[in-house]
Design a protein around this ligand. Structure first.
Ligand SMILES: O=C(O)CCC(=O)C(=O)O
Ligand SMILES: [Fe+2]
Length: 292
């Protein structure tokens, strides 16, 4: 293989599982892969109904071209509903992450995206554009788009520029994109260096979807999941997701707080907030035999 850009992955042999192997090969070559039948039509319908419930009667639309003036985004999804948990631990997606990302990767964004008829194309971008390191480079993250509706060219299916994850400084142009047309229940997986954007919605119905993005464990997440989600809800969230919210340390000890694991520190924070401020806290919160 000759994808020097994936410095960490190039040395890796292709996975032996035939399905994963094909997914990986497609991503290495194109920067993305469309995976059909990741979840059922019933689960997609349930997600749409939950989006409607959360949106309510007075939705707030995007504030800029990136968010989309005709688009409704529900941020901090993990704090607002348990319906979307199942989409955060899809085995084929996690298998791709395990191949492409550093072990201990975290969730950096999880939000729904509902694009209304009349919305224009989102400005093209790549998701780790804020990392000012030369391209091409190993991916600092990955993203999935969850198609809760059939994705069509007319309703604003996510558009990608195949192979653009290998580019250096070139900027993606709209005419270079192709739409990721796929049925509801599909996932589009792509590397954080791939040029992409939501398409314009020229249809008469909204496009229901969500995006879930992951980042290497040493990157500051775009949405701070630890502040975004009420820590008293952690017991209701699958452990794998809690871990990916940043509640475990990255080897050897990145992310600790006062010598405590982030999870222990968050339990302490909940207790703190129920008591008067302690201006003389214990010097050694972690004690002698605690582990990180
Ligand atoms: O909605 C889409 O199809 C793409 C959204 C996206 O790329 C983003 O918000 O970063
Ligand atoms: Fe994006």
């Amino acid at each position: 293989m000759t994808f020097g850009i994936l410095a960490e992955s190039t040395e890796k042999p292709l996975p032996s599982d035939p399905t994963l192997r094909e997914d990986v090969k497609h991503v290495l070559e194109n920067g993305y892969v469309i995976i059909r039948d990741c979840f059922s039509k019933e689960e997609a319908a349930e997600a749409k109904a939950e989006m409607d419930r959360l949106t309510g009667k007075d939705p707030i639309h995007g504030r800029n071209a990136f968010e989309g003036f005709n688009t409704i985004r529900i941020y901090s999804l993990l704090n607002k509903s348990r319906v979307f948990d199942k989409f955060a631990i899809l085995p084929r997606v996690l298998a791709l992450n395990d191949y492409f990302l550093e072990p201990g990767y975290n969730i950096t964004v999880y939000q729904t995206i509902q694009i209304a008829p009349g919305e224009v194309a989102q400005p093209l971008h790549y998701d780790d554009i804020f990392i000012r390191r030369p391209r091409p480079r190993a991916p600092y993250g990955s993203a999935i788009m969850l198609a809760f509706d059939d994705y069509t060219e007319e309703n604003g299916a996510t558009r990608v520029i195949p192979g653009s994850h290998k580019w250096a400084d070139r900027k993606g142009k709209d005419e270079e994109t192709i739409p990721c047309v796929c049925p509801a229940g599909s996932v589009i997986f792509f590397l954080s260096g791939l040029w992409h954007g939501a398409g314009p919605n020229t249809s008469s119905r909204p496009r229901y979807s969500a995006t879930l993005q992951f980042c290497s464990p040493y990157i500051r997440p775009i949405e701070n999941q630890i502040l975004a989600v009420d820590p008293r809800k952690l017991k209701d969230i699958p452990k794998k997701i809690v871990d990916m919210m940043g509640y475990r340390t990255y080897r050897p000890f990145v992310g600790y707080a006062d010598g405590l694991s982030p999870l222990k520190a968050s339990e302490r924070m909940v207790e703190w907030l129920q008591r008067p401020v302690d201006y003389d806290p214990p010097t050694f919160a972690h004690g002698v035999d605690s582990k990180l």
